[in-house]
Design a binder for this molecule. Structure first.
Ligand code: IMP
Length: 174
């Protein structure tokens, strides 16, 4: 695993910028709730949360993609749902990466049915090359090329989430 795409320093600097922008947005949008999508968003979520300077509460959901019958349907199974209702709250959904956009579209639709006051989306990484559905993203950390990446929450077969940087996945190591 050789080519580091985003160093720890670059990530942390960008997370601070995102935290400042998000804090400005939600200063007058209360109550503010950050929802993390497990497991990939966990390190990003924790760092982002600590850079927020306005009142905020947090909740998590855990999902897994269906591989049958059609992965392209974007249907996901909710393994762990939110602990509390979100009606009347200004919700910011925090994800690790948007690729095809199918996962986020599904979660977004699901959360909108619960009547939040607003629903924003923040992703650490955006890989626009592979997008299949239009999705408007409010806060993006970095746009990345069409390569599989691991680290800072992103996995390959559940490993590498602990790396403090994002690196290109080296297929020769499989
Ligand atoms: P989408 O539905 O195609 O946008 O895929 C989003 C999900 O696929 C993310 O939440 C990740 O769990 C996973 N994913 C997509 N690309 C990568 C990658 O390069 N590394 C690790 N996981 C990825």
């Amino acid at each position: 695993m050789s080519s580091i795409l985003l160093s720890e320093e670059r990530i942390q600097a960008r997370v601070r910028e995102l935290g400042a922008a998000i804090s400005a947005t939600y200063r007058d949008k209360q109550p503010f709730l950050m929802v993390g999508v497990l497991r990939g968003a966990a390190p990003f979520f924790a760092d982002l949360l600590r850079s927020i300077t306005v009142p905020v509460s947090i909740d998590f959901m855990s999902i897994s993609s269906y591989t049958t019958p059609a992965p392209s349907s974007g249907a996901v199974r909710i393994i762990k749902d939110l602990d509390h209702p979100i009606a009347g709250k200004h919700v910011l959904l925090v994800e690790d990466i948007i690729d095809t956009g199918l996962t986020l579209r599904y979660i977004r639709k699901n959360l909108l049915l619960r009547h939040p006051s607003s629903l924003g989306v923040c992703v650490l990484l955006d890989r626009p090359k592979r997008r299949l559905v239009e999705m408007s993203i409010d806060h993006v950390g970095f746009e990345i090329p069409d390569e599989y990446v691991v680290g800072y929450g992103l996995d390959h077969r559940q490993l590498y989430r602990n790396l403090p940087f994002v690196t290109l996945w080296d297929h020769s190591e499989e």
